[in-house]
Design a protein around this ligand. Structure first.
Ligand code: SF4
Length: 597
């Protein structure tokens, strides 16, 4: 079946029915699979204005074209829905093994609709599909429920995707977790599962499937494996030190946001680096399905062990909260995974709460836990727990920094785009990533176009991080190519080593088609425009393609990027032009026709 299993599982939790549909192969020509295709289905099937936490919203768990094949990193899946955090079209991506297992069970995606009236979980074992009661699992933390469900279904090789207490409590920054510590973290997708009273999806599969041209596929894979091994980032840096290798690199560029972006250089950053982590706490590498890069870390601190932390987490709980104790960051990461919280949004929201406290907006007598003081190791762990469990002031933090800061009368202290917390690169010191942030369809985000790659790492060529020249065109190409990688079910980190032609070669060997680079980038462009149109329909306008005022008006106060501000306003019109949109950021009729949307 040319890379696909050809089947879609549809589950209606309102009337407790399950059905199997054929995958629409005409649509795979246009959207490939994964993020692109699931985004199209959400745009078509979720009515405008639907309550993200209501029965009308749907949530799709989608594998990509290559998920479950022998291509390197081919284990990824997407969670696509309407976001409860910001009403955008949400899509979160996760690695591990769950995505590949779903494909082996015989399905390209699972569409969940409606809403159960009591807690349930879904059990998929090849053709056996059951909606089972989950009353006794409701309230459990991620690690415990994962073990319990594997025991309950009696399949030691089953893979578990679940929400933690945060998703059950409808925290707007709740994640979907798989294999305990892999997360589809962003955009609050865990709350959508929680709203449907769907605790988990347990999957076991043994169905084989074929690519169109197996010999060619093998040949392409052997070529790209060589490139991945020989590339400095994917062959050396990430395997040795994980993503946290970036801590020192980004700090040295003066772009490591510190204390809620009040500063962009953290004196003690090296105490939280990937090098430090590897030396003191790393038990072993923790690769996803068929991944030769193995950036994943498995760490031990005192009596705790578990996956992570990633660079973004080290930053969110480290420099951004003024914390230099890596042990505490590792523990906070573990707490996030157990609660099922997005580590970026959770850490950044605690940082925003610390600034609210610093400015006297949150009063001491309101703080029913550790003092919200910069650098407090106790605070980052305990407030994560209170957010997840929905306790006291933690309930305000659990709604994310945008709502929280608004409630306290300081909306400008929320470092968000479209209400989603920004990740670990200060866009005043890296101009292009600011354009990526501002135009990201799901709100503040680094993995919808990672211009840090050329601007800092020099991949595929070195760009001047302080210049805005050419950044609009680069942003568009990176966004489109990322949508392709997400739709194929591969890890974005492959793009450090591979070219667009490599993805075309994989695609063509798997499907038997003869796409060109232009064709495949058009699929990415199409996915991007469908997402944009969804957001416009939900009331977003060009005014929302913006960065927090601090980043546009306040110069970085010290460090290697001292004096910089974001020049987003100059880049944005050029970006709209590069996209073929009008001056208001709306796709023109001509653009829509050219993309067949
Ligand atoms: S590079 Fe890291 S995140 Fe990507 S598939 Fe490999 S282990 Fe997973």
């Amino acid at each position: 079946m040319s890379g696909y299993q050809g089947k879609v599982l549809r589950i209606n939790l309102s009337n407790m029915t399950t059905s199997v549909e054929q995958l629409d192969l005409n649509q795979t020509e246009l959207f490939i699979g994964g993020r692109g295709l699931a985004g199209k289905i959400i745009a078509d099937e979720v009515p405008a204005g639907a309550d993200p936490l209501g029965a009308e919203n749907k949530i799709i768990f989608a594998t990509g074209l290559l998920t479950g094949t022998s291509a390197p990193t081919a284990g990824r899946y997407m969670v696509v829905t309407k976001s409860p955090l910001n009403n955008t079209i949400a899509s979160s991506n996760s690695g591990g093994f769950w995505g590949a297992e779903l494909k082996f069970a015989g399905y390209d995606m699972v569409i969940i609709e409606g809403k159960a009236d009591k807690p349930v979980y879904l059990y998929i074992n090849n053709d056996q599909v059951e909606i089972r009661p989950a009353d006794k699992h409701w309230g459990k933390w991620v690690g415990e429920v994962t073990d319990d469900l594997i025991e309950e279904v009696g399949e030691p090789k089953a893979r578990v995707l679940t929400i933690g207490p945060a998703g059950e409590k409808l925290s707007l920054i709740a994640a979907v977790m798989n294999e305990k510590d892999r997360a589809a973290g962003r955009t609050g997708v865990g709350a959508v599962m929680g709203s449907k009273l769907l605790k988990a999806i347990v999957v076991r599969g043994t169905n084989k499937f074929e690519v169109a041209n197996p010999d060619k596929y093998k040949e392409v894979i052997s070529g790209i494996m060589k490139k991945i091994r020989e590339n400095g980032v994917t062959g050396q840096g990430l395997p040795a030190y994980g993503t946290a290798i970036l801590v020192n690199i980004i700090n040295e560029s003066g772009s490591l946001p510190t204390k809620n972006f009040q500063e962009a250089y953290f004196d003690e950053a090296d105490q939280t680096s990937g090098e430090e982590l590897a030396e003191k706490y790393l038990e072993r590498k923790d690769p996803c399905f068929r991944c030769p890069i193995a950036c994943g870390r498995y760490c031990r601190v005192d009596d705790q062990e578990g996956g992570g932390p990633e660079y973004e987490t080290v930053w969110a709980y480290g420099a951004n909260c003024g914390v230099s104790d890596l042990k505490a960051v590792i523990k906070a990461n573990k707490m996030c995974n157990e609660m099922g919280l997005d580590t970026i949004s959770a850490g950044a929201t605690i940082a925003a709460a610390m600034e609210l406290y610093q400015r006297g907006a949150i009063k001491a007598d309101e703080v029913d836990g550790p003092e919200l003081a910069w650098g407090s190791t106790e605070a980052i762990i305990e407030w994560t727990k209170k957010m997840g469990l929905g306790e006291g002031l933690g309930t305000k933090l659990a709604m994310g920094s945008a709502k929280m800061c608004e409630e306290y009368g300081y909306p400008e202290l929320s470092m968000t785009v479209k209400k989603q917390e920004l990740p670990a690169y200060d866009p005043r010191g890296i101009q292009g990533i600011g354009l990526n942030y501002a135009t990201s369809n799901r709100g503040g985000c680094h993995v919808r176009g990672y211009l840090v790659s050329p601007e800092i790492l020099g991949i595929p060529e070195k760009l001047d991080r302080n210049s805005i020249e050419g950044k609009a065109e680069w942003a568009k190409v990176f966004q489109d190519l990322t949508a392709v990688v997400d739709s194929m079910g591969l890890c974005l980190f492959t793009s450090f080593a591979l070219t667009a032609q490599d993805y075309v070669d994989l695609h063509n060997a798997a499907t038997g088609k003869d796409f060109t680079v232009e064709d495949i980038l058009a699929c990415g462009d199409r996915a991007w425009n469908v997402e944009r149109l969804f957001n416009l329909q939900e009331g977003y306008t060009a005014k929302d393609d913006v960065l927090p005022k601090r980043l546009m008006k306040e110069e970085i106060p010290s460090g290697p990027s001292q004096g910089s501000i974001s020049r987003l306003e100059e880049m944005l019109p050029l970006y709209y032009k590069a996209r073929g949109w009008d001056d208001d950021g709306v796709p023109t009729d001509e653009k829509k026709q050219s993309l067949k949307i």
